[in-house]
Design a protein around this ligand. Sequence first.
Ligand SMILES: [Fe+2]
Length: 288
Amino acid sequence: MARPKDRHPQTAEGDWYVDTLCIGCDASRQVAPGLIRTDDRGRSVFAHQPGNAEELEMAWRALLVCPTRSVGNEMLSRPYPAKYPHDLGDGVFRLGHNARSSFGAHSYLVARDAGNLMIDSPRWTREVYGPLEDMGGISDILLSHSDDVADAERYADRFGARVWMHSSDSEGTPFATDLLTGREPFKIRDDTLAWPVPGHTEGSVLYFVDEHLLFSGDSLAWNPHRGELIAFREACWYSWSEQRRSLAEVAASGPRFDRLFCGHGWSHDSTGESFHTLLGSLVAKMAE
Ligand SMILES: [Fe+2]
């Protein structure tokens, strides 16, 4: 739970607050845009108190997504209401409960008759595995790269799920059952395509579902302020030139996605044509 004694001095006056243990991962701002803002050091604070039912929902989602449990309400105690999995449409759900070990990366569930997919992992909690049991469990865990594994092993054990990952990132993940190799796209099943994109890490992978939903891990994200696709040069652990080459290949021959779901960074919906143009622009900029 958040710590009232560590309440951030810049968070808006009122019951909802953020404490100073926030690591500035951006997750709470992404689920509560406008309600939560950054301070001058990149940490989160409430811009104002929730003023209507929609903002109250956002505040709860921020509380439950925060990996350091830095979002709180001085008047409330557990049990908290269930706000995840959060239905994002197309059978995609944000799982919330982001893990500190993955620096607050988002994870997702894709609910399908062929078997539910978990993309990257939240922290291990009944608040996730309980609802997942009600939704039919998970058949496959798709890991985008080594940073965002979190508690995937416990979810795999619980549900008997296969775990997919690229061999170049798998050293710390001995429980992965299916290792991808090389740069060639690989069809995991009829509706799911794994596309290796070495760059952010050597074994980073994009996952396309139903040809138009893209789960990008930390290889690609949306910048809502500039209205463009971005890659994280300051957080590129393997090779920026390889990341550019990888994204150029996606732009040249990848599926035309219209929904982007990120590990870190902002997710976004657009048209396939628009994203295709923006991806081309990003690749050109990455050469500068
Ligand atoms: Fe990462």
